[in-house]
Structure formats: C-alpha cells, structure tokens
Design a protein around this ligand. Structure first.
Ligand code: CBF
Length: 841
C-alpha cells in the first residue's frame, strides 16, 4: 500500500496544500506557467495547440484536487461502490466538458482572450478519445458523467487502446481507414506505473488435495503479461465529485527489453516479447454489433477483467470484511457480454485462491453482477470455441463446465424430462466445434439482466432469452431505457439553446433535473421565445453549413431542410433505404418542369458514419451515397433543391456540431433490430424532429412527445418474421418506385452499376432481409408529409418546442438512478459543496 505521511509532518503538507485557480487572473497565471515550464515554450512560441495543452493542464490541476478528495471521501465512508465494466468508453473531448462541469468556462474564455486566443479554436485542438464504436461506448461515457454528477461512488474500468477507432477518410467516394494516433498528446490520463497486475494466459491446470482432503486446482505455466493502470478523472456537473475511469494498458512482464537476447545478436526477438504483450491493448476491434471470435479479442477481454477484478478485490480486502459482505460493498455491471469472463474470474479467485466453498462463492458472484444486453442481433451475440478457451484459459474452461453442470442440474430438477430445454439453455453449445455462449453465462452469473428500451427488453424475454425467463422467473429480467447526458448533449453542444431554456425554467437546474424542461411548454406561444428559438436553429445550421463546405467543398443553403442520418453504417440501420429515397427524390425532381421545381422544398441530405473495415455491404452503401452526391450536387437542373453530403470521420465532437443543426433525423432501422438508439434522443433534445420506425427507444420517444410530433412509418416488429417468411416462400415483388430507383442505378446514372449490384440484389434477389422494399412506400410518403409540415414553419416550431419540453425522461441521470435502485442497490454519497477545496465558479 502507498506510504502515508506520519502525523508530525502533515502540518507542512497542509501549509503547502495546492489549490487550483479561482479566478481569471489565477487561471492566466496557471496557463502561462504551464506554457513556460511544463511545455518549455514562451509567448514567442505559443500556438493554439500549446494554448490547448496549457489550458488543459490548468484545468487538470483543478480536477485532480477534487478527484483526490473524492477518492478519499469514498474510501473513508466505506460505502458500496459500483464498477462499470465496459470494453468501450467513447468519451470525445474532455476540455470543454471539464470547463462546463466545473463551471469555469467563462473564466477560461476571458483568460484565453487576454492571452491572445479564441476559446473555440483552443477547444478544437483536442483529439477525441474515441475508445468506442458507437452507441454502446457512448452510453458508457454518458453513464460516467451521470454517476459523477449524481455523486455515486463509481469507477469505470476499460482498456487503453493505443489506437482508438480508426480515422475514416473518404477518397474518391470510398472509405479508407487510417490509424487514429489519439495518444500523441493526452493530458487527461495519469499513468500509474505503481499500479500493475500480472495477468496469466495459457499454461495448464493440475489438481491436488489439501490437508482437509479438499481438491484444489492450480493454474500454472504459460505466459504472463503486465497490466498497467492509467487513470482518467471524470468530473461531475456542479458537484465536487470527480470519479475515476481506470484504463489498462499491456506491457511485457519481463520488462521492456531482453538484454541477453540482444547481446547474443537476436536483435529482433529481443523486442518481440514486448511487442507481443503490447498488442493486447493496441487496437479496438472496429465492429459494431458483430463478433468475430478472434483469439486476440478474447485475450483483451480476459486481460481487462482480470486486472479490474484484482483491483476491486484488493480494495475490498483492505476493508477486512468477511467475503459474504462482498456484494454489500461491490456491484459490478457487465456492459454487454464482453466482460462476462469476470463472472468466472471472481469464482476462480474465491474458490482457488481464497479457499471458499463453491456454493458460497457462487452466491457472492451472482449477487455481485448485473448484465446489460444491448442487442438481439444473432451475429452480435458472443460465442467462443471451447478449443480456444482450453488453450488460452484452461482453468476458466473447467469452471465454466462446472457452472454449467450445476445450472443444468437445477434446470433438470425444476423441469424433469425436458432434454430439449437442457440443450437450448446449456452454456456450452453442442455444435461443431463446441462453443461457449457468453450471453447465457452472463445470465446465469448475474442477479439481474436488463435490456435498454421497453420493446427491446420485451423482445429479449420472448425470443433469445425466453427459456431463461421460465427458469429464473420474470423478476430477474428488467428494463432500463437508455438516456443521454444533457450536459454534453445540450449545454455543451448547443450553448445558446441551453441559455434560452434557462430563461424559461428559472435557472440551470434543468441540467440536473431534466424533467424541468416541461416548463418551456408554457412558452410555446411566446413570440420572442419562438423567434429566438428559430434564430438559434438557423445559427446552428449556418455553423454546420460552414463545416460541410470546409470538409466536402459542397455549398449548402442553411434555410433548406436539413435531413440527417449519422450513426454506424449497418444494413439493419438502413442507410440504403435513405439513399434509395434520396434517389427517388432526385428522379422526381428531374421529371418536373422548371416551374414545378420552383415550388419544391429544398433539402440537404446529410450522412455520416463509419463502416467496419471488413463489412463489404456497408462500404458499398458509403460509396453509393458519395456517388449520388457527386451527380446530384453537380446537376444544374437541381441546384439548391437537393444536396447530398457524406461527412467523413463521424465522431463525438462532430456530433456536437451536427446534432443541433438538424431539422429531421433518420432512425429507420428494421423494426425489432435497433435495441434502443440514443442519437434519436440527442436530436429531439436539440430541437429537431425525427422520422423513425416503431423500434427501440423511438417508441418511448413517441409516448413522451406525442404522435403528432414524430414521423413514424413502416412495418411493425411483430410482422417482420412473417414478411421475411413470405419473401422466401412466396412471391416477392419490389415496390414499383424502388424498382425505378434500381433502374436508374443499373443504367449507370451514378457510375459503374457493378459497384452497387450487391445492394440491389440483397433486396431484389436475396430475400430483402431488412425489409427495404416493404417499407419503401411508407417511407417516401412520410417524407412527403415532412415536406408539407416543414413548409408550415410556425407549426414546425411548435412541434419542436413541445418535443424538447417533453424529453425529460431521457436523461442518463434517470437511467443511473434506476440502475442504482433496481440493480446495484447503492446510494449517492452526499457532498457538501463547501467541503470542496476549490468552490465552484
Ligand atoms: O445500448 C446502447 C446502444 O448499444 C448498441 O449500439 C450496441 O452496440 N449494441 C445498440 O445497437 C443501440 O441500439 C443501443 O442504443
């Protein structure tokens, strides 16, 4: 344990206690000091990136003081903590967020201006922390913000990928992936070279009998890799609570470099061990909703959960409590199945290392874990081959077999003579090769399982986890509808709207109690309020138009309707439906006379999102969007009536520009496939309306904002299976309007038709699994309704204000309180704000 300073010397420490800046002058002093000392530069040599570095360090100094105090407070209070295990944390930029959460952005703005910088340019310098693929990773980041803002004692645990998600470039209309060197300069992390854990892989297991005749398993040999902790402070909003996100990085256990090999001339292999070890935390697998069963991924998962559990158990053991109290002190949430090995690892620690009896240990394990499922898509459900497990984690495989045996025995007792049931729920799938079903292991090893939106939670109970509901009873399964943090997704992304809302809700409390938004509905007819509302939307659209011009060269008219679809590119999210709809619009416009065209409503179709590098169809969709954009944007007949742009490298900081500028956004997944979606919430909160299917959280958004304020279309989840069946066994004719779109593509209107053949045959010849044709007519009709609604600008603004007023439910604070009460059984740790060493600005 770290040495603590003896009593007599503490006075000196208190006398010299560090304090962070409290006003503009002190902020400037800190910035100049960091420029001149930490960065070794001067006013003659200080560009925007140096200003960013120094400003971040000044804020970091402030955060760190609160962070230390928070950790001390939580340790002394000895209260229960929650640990959020997520392989992805899509944090985005930290500086702006820290300034706002601490409440010192105005001070920084004025201070930076004194020193010769515009705050916006300084913020722009920061590289996104893009340690995630999409919704799942961003949800984890929103949850960390809420946990800290609500003063819950909580830690996040993840991996410190050297390369976050790849950077996307669009070259000649194609996606090209380039590495993301986000760690080149990152002031927001603290390497803890003293916090390391040795992690074992491979080897073999032998069993012996101890003095009392009990069998003990020993896992020996194999390879050891060192996990090094990197800590990231997570500041709460308007509270001193600053929680910790601990990210593990891998290193060779034997040290940096093998001198003996080097001296004997084996230059390359002298660094090979180091490189092999570092590979574990080198890359984030760039798949969203898809698992590929690669050994390195399983290695990452074990490396991370083993290091995290070691840390959690070490902290618990310091309290000297009995093991049975572990679940009273520790709640661990599994963000999807990626950390499911933690269930097995905790059982191993308790049985093999701490000598507990199996049943006692298992009781502790189950009461500690909760599991969140984020998808019903079969291709996303993790399975690992038994052979791979046997090779990489031999002891864990034995434990999984035992867990499965005891579980199946209990099932057999409750449901005698149902062999099919045993086969269906077995953690081991009896396939060739045999597979370990991670979702089943997570269910068996947790006391609660939740889905992320009402429809999704119902679907998992009636489809993929149906048997488990019968076995464990319905109470084990619950729903926590996702949410978003209003701090980043309103206050930070849309500061003017946040200011305007503040004038109607009586202060900033709506940022910590989002239900207070309902007060703005009283002002829905207030002329000045409406006028300013419209001005803010236009200003946000102007800002996005500038970004579009700078990044794509295309000029767009800010008074056109901005129609946005930004998210991972995936067939189930149906960007292909959107671009086919855009082509239909283009063909319709082309067929009009110039006079008729003048009466049409101008639109800008904006796309953004990454395709997994190996996802051929998703890449084809990106290519078609860009090819359509090239033709449409250069068509003189069309002019401003239609523009199509693809924004490259969509990420959190780009979302902060795009979201506030949308008029309509698209959430158009095949019904029953999108577990929740969270960008739908962000767009509505920013005063944009949505077009969507009856899927995921769209359904609850409709319930909250009212059917008149959302544009729903398409088939329902309950009809999807029958439709798919009819495509396969009945006659499947493509919607006539869609057929015309296909004709245009096949005639070469958008370039070589071969490039897009896969997208067409998927619909026309291969069963149209995502029901693009079935939903096309209703999609087109709904867009026509949107055009009409948008022409009535006053009616549109009423819809937007009403919707924002009713979005209070979708705060991630509400979700976290639901998890805390229903799953984790933890309480916030009250903080006296004056107890903070720094006070709030
Ligand atoms: O629950 C958060 C999000 O997770 C996903 O992104 C995922 O990776 N499984 C889902 O696809 C989203 O629907 C969901 O909002």
């Amino acid at each position: 344990p770290p040495a603590s300073i003896p009593e007599p010397q503490r006075e000196a420490w208190l006398k010299h206690q560090v304090s962070g800046f409290k006003d503009k002058d002190a902020f400037e002093t800190d910035v100049v000091r960091h420029v001149e000392t930490t960065l070794a530069r001067s006013m003659f040599n200080c560009d925007e990136s140096a200003a960013y570095a120094a400003c971040s360090l000044a804020f970091r100094d402030r955060l760190v003081l609160e962070w230390n105090r928070t950790q001390q407070r939580q340790t002394f209070s000895d209260s229960k903590r929650v640990y959020y295990l997520s392989l992805e944390f899509l944090m985005g930029r930290a500086l702006d967020n820290a300034m706002l959460n601490i409440g010192q952005k105005d001070v920084a703005k004025a201070g930076l201006a004194d020193l010769g910088f515009r705050i916006e340019d300084v913020i722009e310098q920061e590289h996104d922390a893009a340690l995630g693929n999409g919704g799942l990773g961003r949800l984890a980041a929103c949850f960390l913000d809420s946990l800290a803002s609500l003063n819950y004692p909580a830690w996040g645990y993840g991996l410190r990928y050297r390369y976050g998600i790849f950077k996307q470039e669009i070259i000649d209309g194609y996606q090209v992936e380039v590495p993301d060197y986000w760690l080149d300069f990152n002031p927001w992390e603290f390497p803890r070279h003293d916090v390391t854990v040795d992690i074992q892989f491979y080897g073999n297991v032998h069993k012996s009998t101890d003095g009392s005749g009990k069998t003990v398993a020993h896992w020996e040999g194999g390879e050891t890799v060192k996990a090094v902790a990197y800590d990231v402070p997570v500041p709460g909003y308007a509270t001193p609570t600053t929680n910790n996100l601990r990210l593990w990085s891998s290193k060779a256990a034997s040290g940096e470099f093998d001198f003996q090999k080097f001296n004997s001339g084996e230059y390359e292999s002298s660094v090979a061990d180091q490189q092999r070890a570092e590979t574990i935390s080198a890359v984030l697998y760039p798949n969203d909703n898809l698992e590929r069963g690669k050994e390195l991924r399983l290695k990452q998962q074990y490396f991370w959960v083993a290091a995290s559990l070691y840390d959690i158990v070490r902290r618990f053991k310091k309290s000297k409590r009995a093991w049975k109290e572990f679940p009273d002190q520790v709640a661990i949430q599994l963000n999807d199945t990626h950390p499911t090995l933690a269930v097995v690892e905790l059982q191993r620690i308790l049985v093999d290392l701490e000598g507990l009896e199996w049943d006692e240990a298992w009781n502790i394990v189950v009461n500690t874990f909760g599991y969140t499922n984020h998808t019903v898509l079969p291709e996303a459900l993790e399975k690992w081959s038994v052979g791979l497990f046997q090779h990489l984690l031999p002891r864990h495989l034995q434990i999984i077999y035992d867990i499965n045996l005891f579980f199946l025995q209990s099932v057999e007792r409750a449901f005698p003579n149902d062999r099919d049931l045993l086969g269906r729920v077995s953690i081991i799938e009896e396939s060739q090769p045999k597979m370990v079903r991670m979702a089943f292991l997570a269910i068996v090893g947790s006391h609660k399982v939740n889905g992320v939106a009402e429809l999704h939670s119902d679907l998992i109970k009636t489809t993929i986890f149906k048997d488990f509901v019968n076995i464990f009873g319905p109470d084990k399964f619950t729903n926590v509808t996702n949410g978003i943090t209003p701090r980043r997704w309103l206050h930070q992304a849309n500061p003017r709207l946040s200011e305007l809302i503040k004038t109607k809700t009586g202060g900033e409390d709506f940022l910590t109690d989002l239900t207070l938004l309902n007060k703005i509905e009283l002002s829905v007819n207030d002329k000045d309020f409406r006028k300013e509302w419209a001005e803010i939307k236009l200003a946000n659209k102007v800002r996005l138009a500038k970004h579009i011009k700078a990044s794509t060269g295309v000029s767009v008219n800010p008074s056109a309707l901005f129609d946005v679809q930004v998210k991972r590119i995936h067939e189930y999210k149906r960007q292909q439906l959107n671009i086919f709809g855009v082509i239909h619009r283009y063909l319709t416009l082309k067929a009009l006379t110039p006079d008729e065209r003048k009466k049409q409503l101008p639109r800008v179709s904006i796309f953004g999102g990454k395709a997994a590098p190996g996802y051929w169809m998703a890449k084809q969709i990106i290519h078609l969007i860009n090819s359509v954009g090239f033709v449409v944007n250069n068509d003189k007949d069309i002019g401003d009536l239609l523009k199509v742009v693809f924004l490259e490298d969509y990420n959190v900081s780009k979302a902060e520009i795009i979201t506030p500028a949308s008029d309509i956004s698209e959430h158009i997944s095949t019904a029953g496939t999108e577990a929740s979606g969270t960008s739908n919430m962000k767009f509505v909160l920013n005063g944009g309306l949505i077009i969507g299917t009856c899927d995921g959280a769209n359904i609850e958004i409709t319930r909250e904002v009212g059917e008149n304020n959302i544009f729903l279309f398409g088939n329902l989840a309950e009809d999807v299976e029958d439709l798919r069946h009819s495509h396969t066994y009945g006659a499947h004719t493509v919607d006539p309007d869609l057929a015309k779109v296909f004709e245009a593509i096949e005639s070469g209107t958008f370039g070589d038709q071969q490039d897009f053949a896969g997208m067409i045959t998927a619909v026309r010849d291969h069963g149209d699994y995502y029901l693009v044709s079935d939903d096309f007519h209703s999609y087109i009709e709904t867009h026509a309704i949107i055009d009409e609604a948008y022409r009535d600008q006053e009616g549109w603004i009423t819809k937007c204000i009403t919707s924002v007023a009713r979005m209070g439910f979708f705060s991630s604070d509400r979700c976290i309180n639901e998890y805390a009460e229903g799953i984790w059984n933890i309480e916030p740790l009250p903080v006296d704000k004056s107890d903070s060493g720094l006070g709030k600005g």
